[in-house]
Design a protein. Structure first.
Length: 449
């Protein structure tokens, strides 16, 4: 048996979405319980793990780049290299074959096996054996219910309430890498949030690949969100990512009226053209989506919207793209993540539709949408000029320790001089907005002299 006391320092790098950041916290908890320790310094590590993302080609490329760097380190000293997460699940044996530096592949439902697999890999290395292992079974049940993620203390905490996705949007690899939808017991979620509030976390973000399809016996997402927001000590509750198909009136009401549910909905559109939406199998039309936007704003016009867009999906013509352009103008999002379509192995689109929009056209469309969104974000931010808004203080501004950075309810970044009023991360403070940019609001604390 390999002695853990001499080969126990783990370094974890995380790529991709918030769910992956959360999963890294789970992995840290599982490894910590098994006696491993952690180091931020790759040079000190006995074990290097990469928690990976498979959503677009770019995410893959970054992981391959890092693996290339690890080859040199591994030549110099004993090292266990593991690839975790969606890319492990998506590429499986292909990744093992392509990257001899990798000792372990562990998919998102198999993290409980990780401590044993690391010990076995280290033992095999010590014995001079060329052993490599793969744990990529998907589960219909695994929610890591009993594992409390090892969080870094701060204002924000993320809580996964469901995992997996059953939607099978044709472009998306998530149903294949993260498996079927399953929701956690609401009582476990509520206990976890109570503990987070007691530890001083002020903002909780409920996470799920398709968070608003949460369902556990008599509990739907609206009920869960409200119950979380009712927990004393929680100042703000957010959720991500929802699908537009799962917004019953009770959920819209909860967002519109609960004082601690943030007035912000991330509402992934993907495309503004009905033929493309149909090819993507999004299950809503342009009109359905716009009706939902009206429903949201009728309940509370202060609710900010953000979105995800894919440009250059299979067969998308210039005219069809222009429908997306017009829709972005029409909705007037506060912000948008805009992506080039990237064909993913296993997906329905990869099997059924040719990825035929030329790369320069994809790039051009992305750039046009980014330009458009910048002008809309600026316009939205200008609406805040002269207003005083409640800001949750997150910490020092990136560029200067003399300034605070925080977020509005609508999730817009605010920066202001520290001044003389007593302020700590986690406080909600009133900031008068005097200047804006595309990405941030600037102002002063109205309590300061
Ligand atoms: N290509 C480009 N973007 C994608 N997304 C998901 N799959 C792909 C893909 N194959 C985007 C969608 C989704 C966000 C998380 O990533 O816009 O909402
Ligand atoms: Fe992917 Fe669609 Fe599921 Fe979102 S809802 S994770 S885009 S399949």
């Amino acid at each position: 048996m390999t002695d853990l006391s001499t080969r126990n320092r783990v370094h974890i790098e995380t790529f991709g979405c918030q769910m992956n950041v959360y999963d890294t916290e789970l992995v840290r908890a599982l490894l910590g319980k098994a006696g491993f320790t952690f180091t931020e310094d790759r040079e000190q590590a006995d074990v290097i793990l990469m928690n990976t993302c498979a959503i677009r080609e770019h995410a893959h490329d970054r992981v391959y780049g890092h693996l290339a760097e690890l080859k040199a380190i591994k030549r110099a000293r004993p090292l266990v290299v593991g690839v975790l997460g969606c890319m492990a699940q998506n590429l499986k044996k292909d990744l093992m074959d392509a990257e001899p530096v990798v000792d372990l592949l562990v998919g998102p439902d198999a993290y409980r096996r990780l401590p044993d697999l690391i010990v076995e890999a280290a033992a095999a290395q010590d014995a001079g054996l060329a052993q490599r292992s793969m744990a990529v079974d998907l589960s219909e049940y695994e929610t890591y219910e009993d594992i409390l993620p090892e969080r870094t203390h701060g204002v924000n905490a993320w809580v996964a309430v469901m995992r997996g996705c059953d939607n099978f949007c044709t472009f998306c690899v998530v149903p294949y890498t993260r498996g079927r939808e399953r929701s956690r017991d609401p009582h476990g979620v509520l206990d976890e949030v109570k503990a987070l509030a007691a530890q001083g976390h002020r903002q909780v973000t409920l996470l799920g690949q398709n968070v608003n399809s949460y369902r556990h016996e008599q509990w739907d997402f609206a009920r869960l969100l409200t119950a979380v927001a009712d927990i004393p000590g929680v100042a703000r509750v957010r959720f991500t990512s929802p699908h537009p198909k799962d917004f019953p009136p009770a959920l819209l009401d909860a967002v519109a009226t609960h004082p601690r549910v943030c007035k912000h909905i991330h509402l992934p559109l993907q495309s503004g053209n009905d033929r493309i939406l149909d090819l993507m199998d999004r299950t809503y039309s342009r009109k359905d989506y716009l009706l939902l936007v009206d429903e949201i704003r009728r309940r509370n016009p202060a609710i900010a919207l953000s979105t995800d867009i894919i440009c250059g999906f299979c067969g998308e013509s210039e005219t069809e793209f222009q429908d997306t352009y017009r829709m972005i103008e029409e909705v007037g999002y506060h912000s948008a993540f805009i992506f080039k379509y990237s064909e993913r192995k296993q997906t329905i689109a990869a099997r059924k539709y040719p990825d035929d929009v030329p790369e320069p056209a994809k790039v051009d469309r992305v750039n046009r949408l980014i330009e458009l969104q910048r002008s809309i974000s600026l316009r939205r931010n200008r609406e805040m000029l002269g207003c005083t808004t409640d800001v949750l203080v997150e910490g020092d501004a990136k560029k200067s320790a003399g300034q605070w950075m925080g977020k509005t309810d609508a999730n817009v970044t605010v920066i202001w001089e520290k001044g003389d009023s007593p302020t700590q991360p986690g406080d909600v403070v009133p900031i008068a907005i005097t200047r804006v940019s595309v990405t941030a609001l600037f102002g002063h604390d109205v309590r300061s002299s």
